[in-house]
Design a protein around this ligand. Structure first.
Ligand SMILES: Cc1ncc(COP(=O)(O)O)c(C=O)c1O
Length: 338
């Protein structure tokens, strides 16, 4: 069995940690809930930052251990995880391949521009069978003498989850220094690894009274988020040698929002007024920019909570997971210019 310290040693320090933990004073005044906080994981450094850096610290280590010189990962065309995988590859002198859903767009925008700067090999799946296509790409690289390391969508598996277990260790220290007792934590949930790491980390650092709310950004019919999150918690606990931990539905809350107007909005990365209104509130009260695909949706849930549910005694934390380059994706530029 792998020991805790051995697993935690299995990462390469890429990001600039700890990320800032700041009070949201003006937002607090607006809602009459004084103790509001934000964890700035948009400022993890490297490639404009974001949550994936914490996961990539573990994936990069595994890739280098395996003797790989090329990182391959997946996602939608505007994947932040793809951009950060390409950034980490560039920083370590590796190649990167991004296997992206759909057709190649007529022109590049948002994250795709940055991917191109980073010389990522962009492969659009279009109507091909994805798995077969990936096998073909890997064979092509291997024939050219490269060794490809495959990182799952969103960097989410047991290893990637450990990145957010460590974030909770970092956050627990900042909570202690700030002299607060947090009651609620809000985070966007896509592929599930970030939420799983936070939920497991909260147990490990003794923050089990904290209610952890994941805000799904992908409609429930398109991904089995509860099952994935539970699986990652369980597998990551086992990696840490904590076989005594049993992942349970009580470890986190998935908040889809009102049935008529769910927080997922009109679908994955489709602009909508309510999400943009949350982005504007964060901008005008705190000068913090969120993104319309992930953090904006979590922010909508956070603001609804403040307006409808929270009491002045609550202490709530918002995790900013990054993603702002997505604001300059064509789909959002078109919407914003209307
Ligand atoms: C900006 C941002 N926030 C949140 C998430 C969700 O993280 P996870 O996929 O670990 O659920 C992502 C994932 O792509 C992201 O890019």
């Amino acid at each position: 069995m792998i020991k805790y310290t051995e697993v935690l040693g299995q990462r390469i320090r890429i990001g600039n940690f700890p990320t800032p933990f700041q009070q949201l004073s003006r937002l607090g005044s607006k809602y009459g809930i004084p103790s509001l906080w934000i964890k700035r994981d948009d400022l993890t450094d490297v490639g404009l930052g974001g949550n994936k850096i914490r996961k990539l610290e573990f994936h990069l280590c595994a890739a280098l251990d395996a003797g790989a010189d090329t990182l391959l990962t997946f996602g939608g065309p505007q994947t932040n995880h793809g951009r950060l995988t390409a950034a980490v590859a560039a920083r370590y002198g590796l190649k990167s391949i991004l296997v992206l859903d759909g057709e190649a767009p007529e022109r590049l925008s948002g994250n795709l521009i940055l991917d191109q700067f980073l010389e990522a090999d962009l492969r659009f799946v279009a109507d091909r069978h994805k798995r077969t296509y990936v096998e073909e790409i890997i064979a092509e690289y291997e024939e050219a003498g490269h060794k490809v390391f495959v990182i799952p969508m969103g960097g989410s598996n047991a290893l990637g989850t450990l990145g957010y277990v460590l974030m909770m260790v970092e956050l627990a220290e900042q909570i202690k220094t700030s002299g607060i007792t947090p009651t609620h934590l809000f985070v966007a949930a896509g592929s599930g690894g970030t939420l799983a790491g936070i939920a497991l980390g909260a147990k490990l650092v003794g923050l089990d009274q904290l209610q952890i709310r994941g805000i799904p950004v992908i409609p429930a019919e398109n991904i089995n988020l509860p099952e994935r999150t539970l699986q990652f918690i369980q597998q990551a606990a086992e990696l840490l040698g904590r076989n005594d931990i049993i992942a349970s539905e009580q470890d986190f809350v998935l908040d889809y929002g009102p049935a008529t107007e769910p927080y997922t909005g009109l679908g994955y990365n489709i602009p909508d007024d309510k999400t943009y209104s949350a982005l504007k509130t964060f901008a005008i009260t705190e000068a913090i920019f969120l993104d319309p695909c992930y953090t904006g949706k979590a922010a909508r849930a956070f603001l609804d909570f403040l307006a409808q549910e929270a009491t002045a005694d609550d202490t709530a934390i918002f995790i900013h997971t990054g993603g702002t380059p997505g604001l300059w994706a064509d789909v959002h530029l078109e919407y914003l210019n209307k």
